[in-house]
Design a protein around this ligand. Structure first.
Ligand code: SF4
Length: 248
């Protein structure tokens, strides 16, 4: 399909399903969905599986297995593997990088300094993400604006300067948490058991704890640190692109 002019405007008022349809028609398997198995990502996985044609042109799905996820997340990963026909490619940290990281800093180095925490996130998340996005023209993520102050400006479609300018597609940008739960209920989507135990945002086990009702949903991530709660996968690169052919 030919690229359309100003795709950001075209998708701005579209539903999540319409945006995924648009992404499929524009990019096909040159688009890839980063599934972290949070409730938002389970919604997107469900939508993608419903629309999948299995003709090799579907949006690809991958997950970053940091090696430090909760047992409940691995249980959900298994359930998703069995429930959905859509293949989920697992991307793991580079073995050599991981060996060096742990040999130098120990397995729980992230608690000792922000620098060490970022080093761990780089090896276990950021570098694998770069590998997963190699050759992709667009990536789909489950970010929502009301997840945090840092995400309040997320656009449904933007150029991701942190990933070489490929398109970043956030079909759920304007969804509320209640919208997510409504879809989960209506479509019988499996979600992580931890969500019901006070974990609105679920990352690696040693770096995530439950939050109290009314607290910032991401305050349970890296709770010993102050400031922005991001790991490097989603730096603030959500500004609208000025123009827009759907290629990069
Ligand atoms: S969230 Fe924690 S364990 Fe996971 S990659 Fe980052 S620092 Fe390492």
């Amino acid at each position: 399909m030919n690229p359309i002019a100003n795709p950001e405007q075209a998708v701005a008022h579209q539903s999540a399903e319409e945006i995924l349809d648009w992404a499929r028609s524009q990019f096909g398997s040159r688009a890839t969905f980063a599934c972290s198995f949070g409730a938002e990502d389970m919604v997107l996985l469900d939508m993608l599986s419903r629309a999948a044609r299995g003709d090799g042109q579907d949006i690809r799905v991958f997950t970053l297995d940091t090696g430090r996820l909760f047992p409940e997340t691995y249980d959900l990963m298994q359930e998703a593997h069995e429930k959905y026909a859509i293949p989920i490619h697992v991307v793991a940290p580079d073995t050599k990088e991981l060996e060096e990281l742990i040999s130098n800093g120990g397995p729980n180095l992230f608690y000792s300094s922000v620098e060490n925490r970022k080093a761990c996130c780089n090896v276990r998340k950021v570098h694998p993400l770069s590998r997963a996005l190699t050759g992709a023209e667009a990536w789909v993520v489950g970010l929502r604006r009301d997840q945090s102050a840092e995400r309040s400006t997320v656009e449904k479609l933007s150029r991701d300067s942190s990933q070489g300018g490929i398109w970043k597609i956030c079909p759920l940008a304007d969804w509320s948490w209640n919208d997510v739960l409504r879809y989960v209920k209506e479509h019988d989507v499996p979600i992580n058991r931890l969500h019901a135990q006070g974990f609105p945002s679920i990352g690696c086990a040693p770096c995530t704890r439950a939050v109290k009702p009314g607290e910032d949903p991401r305050s349970g991530r890296w709770w010993w640190e102050t400031g922005a709660k991001e790991c490097g996968l989603h730096p603030a690169t959500h500004a609208r692109a000025a123009t827009g052919a759907a290629t990069h």
